[in-house]
Design a protein around this ligand. Structure first.
Ligand SMILES: *Cc1c(COP(=O)(O)O)cnc(C)c1O
Length: 402
């Protein structure tokens, strides 16, 4: 299905113009925005030998992965399913890197055949699975540098008692006691930040690794610096470039980074329709045909999504509400220059990251249909979810009458 063209450079404002042609709720991904996000990591690839992988957990739609594949060095996966999808898209090209605290014994053979790099999350994982993967993939170890930069503990991989990576203290101790515990380890993986627009933390972390693990770094082949940085919004890439140069020059290491949100957030929109409007305790409530379950971080993070057309001094104020039974299924209070009506479209900007990949169908509210907004401004329906998809998940199966 093809829809009218946007005549100017596609931006969310013009998306709002044609959004009446969309089946809602809809998730729209914008190829022009992807183009510019992919461009934002080019300076890193040009100034260094650093490889850039995309952490596909942020948004895994295959069309988009295919668009990224030729312009990046591969994908970072968090599970066997993600690794399989990544490998399916890449075919024989590119690299797949995996790390997870939840490595399963029954996944290990497939992981070994699909992935080029496996970063074990603990010394126990390393000990149990090293021999199974080593002939096929490069073995790494995820390290927790014990240097926190994230205020909210829930998003801080370096929080106290973290489950993510071997704490630096424990690693040093283990190596002191028996260096052979790290036999076969060729790489170090760190991922220590979340949505940071400053790149200084990565330099600080690498300097800590150097001062604490210098000798060990010299024996490695690669370092993966993880994600958690918004390269597209960063004021200054130089701390990252300095960190990469330090690892490349002093230790001859192959460096890679694996951004997730940075590569997709500004390239996706959720488009919804107003289903109902009423007043509750003196406030106008507009019920939308989407829900926070299509953008779970609204609830998890308590963050206010960016709504197209919201103006601070807008005359028409609404509490935008999701359509489920949960009282707290709310997006927040927004003000518009014109009143909303039943059927009005409400567009959420900057909704590309961790929305579709975390969305679920609580209350039986369907997932958003996925549309592509291509470089010529044309909108195309790429995926529609059906009752059958929903029912199948609950054991009905499409052939069983319900
Ligand atoms: C989540 C994650 C990423 C991507 O994080 P963003 O914050 O989306 O950039 C990269 N590497 C690892 C190990 C992760 O867990």
């Amino acid at each position: 299905m093809s829809l009218p063209k946007l005549d100017k450079k596609p931006v969310a404002a013009s998306l709002a113009d044609v959004s009446r042609h969309l089946e809602t709720p809809a998730f729209v991904y914008d190829e022009a925005a992807f183009d510019s996000l992919l461009g934002s990591v080019e300076p890193i690839r040009q100034a260094t030998n650093c490889r850039v992988l995309f952490a596909l957990k942020a948004f895994s739609f295959v069309d988009v992965l295919k668009l990224m594949a030729p312009r990046l060095d591969g994908f970072a996966a968090s599970s066997l399913f993600e690794a399989r999808l990544a490998r399916k898209v890449l075919g024989g090209t590119g690299t797949v890197h995996v790390t997870t605290p939840g490595l399963r014994p029954d996944d290990i053979d497939d992981i070994a055949s699909l992935c080029d790099y496996v970063s074990f999350n603990s010394l126990g994982q390393l000990g149990r699975y090293r021999n199974a993967v080593a002939p096929y993939t490069s073995v790494g170890l995820r390290v927790n540098p014990q240097l926190s930069f994230v205020d909210d503990d829930r998003y801080d991989p370096c929080r106290r008692h973290s489950k993510l990576g071997v704490p630096l203290d424990d690693l040093e101790q283990a190596v002191d006691i028996d260096r052979r515990r790290l036999d076969g380890v060729e790489g170090i993986h760190i991922h220590t930040n979340c949505d940071s627009t400053s790149l200084s933390p990565v330099l600080e972390t690498v300097q800590r690794l150097e001062s604490r693990l210098g000798g060990l770094l010299a024996e490695m082949k690669w370092v993966n610096l993880g994600g958690g940085y918004l390269f597209d919004e960063a004021e200054d890439l130089s701390p990252l470039l300095e960190a990469i140069a330090l690892l490349e020059t002093n230790y001859g290491l192959q460096v890679c980074v694996e951004p997730g949100a940075a590569m997709v957030r500004s390239a996706g929109y959720v488009v919804s329709s107003v289903l109902d409007i009423f007043t509750s305790d003196g406030r106008r409530v507009a019920v939308l045909d989407t829900t926070v379950n299509h953008m779970p971080e609204v609830l998890e993070y308590g963050y206010e999504p960016d709504v197209e057309g919201h103006v601070e001094d807008g005359e028409f104020e609404y509490l935008l509400a999701g359509s489920t039974c949960l009282a707290g299924d709310l997006f927040g209070i927004y003000r518009f220059a014109a009143p909303l009506d039943i059927g009005s479209r409400v567009v959420f900007n900057n909704a590309g990251a961790y929305t579709m990949s975390k969305a679920h169908t609580f209350n039986g509210v369907n997932l958003p249909a996925v549309y592509r907004l291509d470089l010529s401004g044309e909108l195309t329906l790429r995926k529609r979810f059906t009752y059958e998809d929903y029912a199948e998940r609950w054991g009905a199966g499409i052939s069983v009458p319900v």
